[in-house]
Structure formats: C-alpha cells, structure tokens
Design a protein around this ligand. Sequence first.
Ligand code: CA
Length: 623
Amino acid sequence: MAQIIHSMKQITFLLFVLCSHLATAQNNLRVEPMNWWVGMKNPKVQLLLQGDNLRGATVTSSQAGIQIQQVHNADSPNYLFVDLLIKANAKPGNYTLRVQKGGKLLHKIEYPLLARKSNSALRPGFNSSDVIYLVTPDRFSNGDSSNDVVKGMKETSLNRAAMYDRHGGDLQGLINHLDYMKDMGFTAIWNMPVQVNDQAKESYHGYSITDYYQVDPRFGTNALFKEFSEKAQAKGIKTIMDVVINHCGDGHWWMKDLPFKNWLNMDGKFVSTSHRRETAQDPHASAFDKKLETDGWFVPTMPDLNTRNPFLGTYLIQNAIWWVEYASLGGLRIDTWPYSWKEYSAAWAKALMTEYPNFNLVGEEWSSNPIIPAYYQKGQKNRDGFVGELPSLMDFPLQSAVSEAMRGNDKDWGQGLNKVYEVLANDLVYANPGNLVIFGDNHDMSRFYTQVKHDVDLLKMGMTILLTTRGIPQIFYGTEVLMANPNSSEHGEIRGDMYGGWAGDTKSAFTAQGLSPAEKDAQAFFKKILNWRKSNEVIHTGKLLHFGPADGVYVYFRYSAKGKVMVIVNKNTSSVDLALDRFAEILPAGAKVRDVLSSTPSAFVLGKTLQVPAKKAWVLEVE
Ligand code: CA
C-alpha cells in the first residue's frame, strides 16, 4: 500500500511538472508575478512578460477595474514590462490582457487578481514575544522521499554522506514536525530559502535562487509551502521566509537572455566583493571602495543583481510582497543586507513595511561593531542623512560577545561576562535594540555547543542570557539536543542532519530515542525555558537593568509594571555567596523569589546574601 501511495505521489508530481512545462510551452509566455491582489495599498503592479520577440507589442485590456498605464521594452527583444493599475473598485477575478503586434494577437493572458485574506495588511510580524527556530530544510527531515531526486535538474544525486550534497529534507518534513516545534516552545520558524536552486552543485542551501517565484521541487511545491506556513500559523508559529535580493544563482533562467544589459553588476562578470561593509557609513570612504563592496559578487556562481535598474528593483519588491501575501508569512529574513546598494535596500524595506505596517524584517549584517548594523535600522538618525528602513537586524555584536563571554576568563580585565555587559552598554547606538534578533549561532558559523567547547553548563548559561535579555532570540535547529561540529567549521558539517529526521535514524530528537542523558537534559532545559518565556511579558518587553560583572558573576533584571525577573549568571566552578545590597535600587530587602527553571519551583525569601550554585544561570521571578 505504502508503495502504491508512494508511486501515486510520484505520478502526481510528474503530472504537475509536466503541466507547468506544457503551460509554458503552449503559451510560450512567462508572466510574473503569476497573480496579484485587489486592495493593496500600492495599487500598481509591474508585470514581467517573457516570450519570443515581444519588442514593440502593445498590451491592452478593455475590462473595467484595471488600466494598463505603460508598456516598456527591454534591451532584449524577448521581454516587456507592463505597468498595471488596479483601481479601487476592481473586483477579484481573471482579467484578460491582449498582447498584439502588427494587428496580430500574440498572446491572450487571463491574469488573476485575487481577494486578500481578512486582516492581511495588518498581520503581525515576529517580535520579542517570539523565539525563532532556524532550520535548514534540506537537513531537517525527509518527509517525502519521492522528491529526493528530480529528473531534469542539474544536481541529480542524493548523498547524505557528502556534506555539500542534497540530503533529501523537505517541506513535508517540516510539516511533520510542527508539533515538536510547538511543544518545545518555538513560536516562529526561519527556514533557509526554499525557492528553486537549479545549480550544478551545492544547491541544498538555497541561496543561489534560479527562479524567484517557484519552490524547489526537491522541497515541494508553492502550494505545499503555503500549507506549511498556514499549518504553522494554526499552531501559533509564524513563518519567516529567507529572501535574497543581492544575488541570484548562475543557473537562473534569465541568465540565458538578460532583460537589460545592466541587469547584473560588474558588467555581468565575476569580480569579488571586498566585504568592506563599513564603506556604507564611512565618511571617508572612496567611491571605488563603496562600489566594490556593493557591486562585487559574493562568489562566481552568484551573479550580483544591479538593483539600480528600476525594473529589477520593482521585480524584487513585488516578489517579496507576493510571497508574504501568498504564503501568509510572519516575517522575512534578508540575506547579505549590506551587499546591496543601500538606497535600494532601504526602498525595498519601506515598500514592504508600507504594505504591512505591523510586519517585521530582519537583515543579515555580520559585524561585531554595533555602529554598522545600527546604521540601517528604521528610526535611526544618521549624521550623513541616510534613512534606514529596516526594522530589525541580526545582532552579531551580541552573538560574538556571548560566545566570548562563555569562553573567556572572568579574572582578566574586560574578558568573560564583561563582554556581554559592554556590548549591551552600547545599545544607545540603536534606534530599537529590543527588536534585534539575538542568537548564539546560525547556519554560517560553528554551532554554539562547539563554540563553548562542548560544555553543557556554558551552553545553558549562554542560552539563558539570550533567552532572557532584550531582543528576539533565534535558536539553530539541533542546538536543543547538543548538535555540534567537532571535526570542522565547514558549513556542510554545521548544517548536519537533525536527529530522527530520516527513516531509519537510530537517534531521534522527536521521540528521544537514542538520545544520551546529556542530550535529553539539554532538550528538557530548552523546553522549560522556552515555554516559560512564551507567557512572560516582562521578558518580551520589560526594561533591562544590569550590574557590572564582578568575580565571574553577572546580574541583571527585566522589569515592567507586569513584574520583575532577576537573572544571575555565575561562571565560577564553585558556588558563590552573592551580597545583595548592591541591587537595592531594584531588589527590595527581604524580597520573595521563585526559581522558575527548577524542576520543583518553590519560592524563598532573600536574606543579605544568596548562595548561587556553580556554573549556572539562575532565573528568579521576584514576587
Ligand atoms: Ca525529500
């Protein structure tokens, strides 16, 4: 039976592929976006039409509700860009567009304008009440082995033993484990990109997009991605799509026939970026260095997109909005934020936030100098007049501080826990530090457990800081069961297969089968603190008050009218008698506290000193 179902799935899938190809072959016309919606704040959409010899064609529609404002030719004769105005009185439905040339009808397009879901514009984005689970779809779980290898795609093999090959994980695998994520206490998922990456090799990671409007068939279909997002949402989990606006993959369909000569940076040839991201805000930067940073390519297989071309700029904005609307997203994470031309990326973010004012976007700016990410944040008042529009950035400065704090010696001046204290003391540089995404590790760096030299106590201390200080925590899949990369810092090893994600795995994070006592203990720790955090508003939005670390102990409070939480981090290998008079401004004498993470949380009254256990982050609710 299973075999028959399996074959049926395969046939259905093949039919799907065949039909989508037939559609292209019959009409010989690509139309993107494939649909739009009525009632968007921006009433305009620009269609990309690609087909043989379209130059000079007219595009008309006689239907009320829409108006074709302008048709633009491209450098290539095989493209048209059509400015469509959707009027306020437009009704959902198919609208007929006629593409004609020399009195001959070349194409008849039935263009769907859909109704929006209620409250679509006001959807909430991820925020500090959330904890984000970062997953690598190819490496999380193989829920559908029929899509492991897809005929016709450039990378044909599946090999779990090779760290840069496809391992077969997919959207069905993510859907299958939504309950696990919910039970653990995660309230948002950021999945690495799922759009088509038809690249010759290393296509598993998703950052070499070759079709912006289609999910890679090895992950599933657009419809399955939508299903994944909606099912997650039904369980209280927001989905955060990973988008790439700086570059595409060199296998992208438009690489064979670029719409415009200036579609790519550096005249379409590989010149490496300098990675000098500080050029964006450096008052002394040369034009040469600024250009090399934004126009240089990441790697030879990732052509750098020239978003100064207004058609490409609009294309990428519409693509992001299309996915938000189509798949009911709860946020976007934007790859390589400072590698795009900054005026464009700000306009991109502004367009998204204008459509969805309560939404959230987080950009990757990998720098441990907080001045650099702060420069891009919405609300920031920059002295050079640049207006950043991005609500959130990845807090790499705090990531490196927490990591160094756990590894460093607290007896050395400025080292150990002082690192965390000093980075948070810089929060004045941010327009909104509470909206930064904070993390111990991600898919591009050594796993946190490896960073802390496989010391479970240090892992728990570091993670407790991240789960109780200001910001929006993000945890990389597998950290909860002590996944590590002891052999190398190769990305392919860091993005290891989640325990239990494949049929036949002898070890499973989902069932606890085969987990060591330490792994079970770590998982229980995460489950406890995540679920506690979920309903604790003071951790989401309360103020942070911290005291300079002394003798290897860092103490801080989160507080608001709703409550007060005291966190004590003791890195010493022995217990410490902590004198409490230093905290009198926030901690009244004789306060009653409750150890919320203990298996038997009981309240006790504080005296003049408190004995803090060795190598522990203690979370105490002050009653
Ligand atoms: Ca699969």
